[in-house]
Design a protein around this ligand. Structure first.
Ligand code: ADP
Length: 599
């Protein structure tokens, strides 16, 4: 792990370079310094010895005691590791510790001797052909009462000096190598420790970035990275908070999105579906999983929607349109809203499509217009009849009384029809104008049905029908509108009697079943063929219009029944067989709507 860490190698190599450069510079500065010091030391030793000997040799020189000079020079040279040469003021070599003076040539023109005679000290470095080696020479004059009587020259071989220098250098190098070794060890330890810490921080930061916001970095021994560790921990805390908030917001939006009745589709600039809610999936008959990520125009065949979306994206505006969508439940009318979407910089990023199913609204609209047309038509028939009859009477002066009575009876019959029609229309309008179930009162439904049966008894007898009932003796309570419920029962009994042409039996039964009051009105009349059974509850629908009209029917009786039943949260259905009678079944809940009645 550590070996693979780039950070570790960078830090370590950095330390190593600094250590090596430092040691190198330090050593380099010392090498020059050593050389200089050795040279200075050599020079001062040469000078010291030369000066000393220039004093010592005054008297032997005066006494021409050359053997003494040679002897002293020899012993000093041995002790000090120098070469000593003594020359008289004529340049004749009197003594030399490395050569035989008698074989040596005149030294008066040697540079160091020339310099010593003129400046007091003469220095020179040159190759000695005598000894075949490089030498450093230093010469001083020997004075006798201010008169130069000779010269003492001390010399040291460069090789001796170089050996000393290289000895010093090798010691220096050895020490530098040891120091470098320890520095490198220390650097390894420090960079490894730091790299481990950075690795730890990186791993944790990585985990946090992957969403594990519960992780925290221990701050304690954080190698000067305490602040960084604290900052990362703080970042984890605030990220966790932000993520929680964003998730909650996203969930809220997703729930709204899912629960919306309107179909919503979110697309990018290429119309690829990013999100699609359930309502849109249903409306567009697409598969959410398969369609997401694909272009909308590829998934649906509706040109109006595609055009609206195109237009919204192109013009950067809201486009409204309408279309029809085929659905298994039939064709649906849908309002289209397509709006372009932009990011916080105002750059377009796609569009959102909202589909509003207005089929019910359209149907309601159609039902209303149909109703108005039907009602006008129904009203027009008796009015036209009354008008025709009265105009005939008015236009005929010699009409006899019998004819007059006939006409007036016809007018009367039409006005009754008109009044029945207006009455039914008013009932419908009253039922349609919303009234709340809170206005319902407690009603003994068995009693209400009993009274209706009783009221119909004379008409039934008059028509030769047998009206039988099977009603519960005890109370059967439900909540409802008394007047409406009476009308419901009346309409059903009335129809049963109307559409039982020959004398027959009308049976009314009432029983309680699963908390429902079940009312059945059965007749032995003409019956309804299966294809009309559903439609008889529609307004103005009559199986046989002429028959209904001749019986004083308006075609609204059963639609009123249905309306009342629905207001009471019940159901109505019919069972019938053509020629052998019909049974209308009404089921009404016996509990207070919304509130369960306490026993
Ligand atoms: P109408 O005023 O014509 O009776 P309704 O709405 O009460 O209007 O009934 C609609 C139609 O349903 C009637 O015209 C009739 O054709 C049929 N219908 C209703 N009740 C019965 C019944 N008991 N037996 C046979 N047909 C019926």
């Amino acid at each position: 792990m550590l070996i693979k860490s780039l950070y570790f190698w960078r830090t370590y190599i950095g330390y190593v370079l600094v250590a090596l450069i430092g040691t190198f510079l330090f050593a380099a500065s010392l090498v020059g310094r050593f050389e200089q010091q050795i040279q200075e030391k050599t020079d001062s030793s040469l000078l010291y010895n030369a000066r000393l000997l220039s004093q010592v040799f005054v008297s032997p020189l005066q006494n021409l005691n050359y053997p003494q000079i040679r002897e002293v020079a020899e012993s000093i040279a041995q002790n000090a590791g120098l070469r000593i040469t003594v020359v008289d003021n004529k340049g004749v070599v009197l003594a030399d510790t490395s050569e035989n003076p008698f074989t040596m040539d005149n030294h008066l023109r040697r540079p160091e001797i020339l310099l010593a005679s003129s400046a007091g000290i003469g220095r020179a470095t040159r190759y000695s052909f005598t000894l075949e080696e490089q030498f450093h020479y230093l010469a001083v004059p020997i004075f006798l009462q201010d008169r130069i009587v000779g010269f003492v020259r001390t010399a040291r071989a460069s090789s001796a000096m170089n050996a000393e220098i290289s000895e010093a250098n090798s010691v220096l190098l050895r020490n530098a190598a040891i120091v470098t070794f320890f520095v490198l060890l220390l650097a390894f330890y420090l960079s490894a420790r730091q790299a481990m810490k950075v690795l730890e921080l990186t791993t944790m930061a990585d985990e946090i970035s992957r969403g594990n916001f519960a992780r925290r970095i221990p701050v304690g021994n954080a190698l000067g990275m305490k602040k960084l560790a604290q900052a990362i921990n703080q970042m984890a805390r605030s990220s966790a908070r932000s993520v929680t908030e964003i998730t909650a917001d996203r969930n809220r939006l997703a729930t709204i999105f899912t629960c919306m009745v309107e179909g919503v589709v979110d697309v990018d600039m290429d119309q690829n579906i990013l999100h699609i809610n359930e309502a849109a999936v249903r409306m567009l008959s697409v598969n959410e999983k398969r369609s997401t990520g694909k272009p909308l125009w590829q998934e649906i065949r509706n040109q109006e929607i595609i055009d609206a979306l195109d237009e919204a994206i192109k013009t950067f505006s809201v486009i409204k349109a309408q279309t029809r969508l085929d659905h298994e439940s039939g064709q649906r009318v849908v309002d289209i809203y397509a709006a372009s979407l932009s990011d916080d910089q105002g750059e377009p990023i796609g569009a959102v499509l909202v589909l509003h199913d207005i089929t019910e609204l359209k149907n309601l609209e159609r039902v209303r217009t149909d109703f108005v047309a039907n009602a006008s038509h129904e009203l027009k028939t008796p009015i036209t009849a009354i008008r025709g009859l009265t105009e005939t009477i008015i236009g005929d002066d010699g009409v006899d009384k019998e004819t007059m009575v006939y006409f007036i009876e016809r007018v009367h019959a039409q006005s009754l029809r008109l009044s029945q029609l207006v009455g039914d229309l008013m009932t419908i309008s009253r039922l349609e104008s919303s009234y709340s179930s809170e206005d319902f009162t407690k009603i003994n439904f068995a009693d209400l049905v009993r009274q209706a049966v009783k009221a119909a008894q004379s008409t039934a007898e008059h028509k030769g029908h047998k009206l039988v009932s099977d009603l519960p003796a005890n109370e059967m309570e439900l909540y409802g509108d008394r007047q409406n419920l009476s009308q419901l029962v009346d309409n059903l009994i009335d129809n049963a009697m109307k559409y039982t042409t020959d004398p027959g039996t009308i049976a009314i039964t009432l029983k309680a079943e699963n908390q429902m009051a079940v009312l059945e009105v059965r007749d032995s009349g003409i019956g309804i063929s299966p294809q009309y059974q559903k439609r008889v509850f529609e307004r103005f629908y009559r199986v046989d219009k002429a028959r209904s009209q001749s019986l004083g029917g308006t075609g609204l009786g059963l639609s009123i029944v249905k309306n009342i039943v629905e207001k009471h949260s019940g159901t109505v259905s019919v069972k019938s067989q053509l020629g052998s009678g019909s049974t209308f079944i009404v089921k009404l809940p016996m509990e207070k709507l919304g509130v369960t009645e306490q026993a």
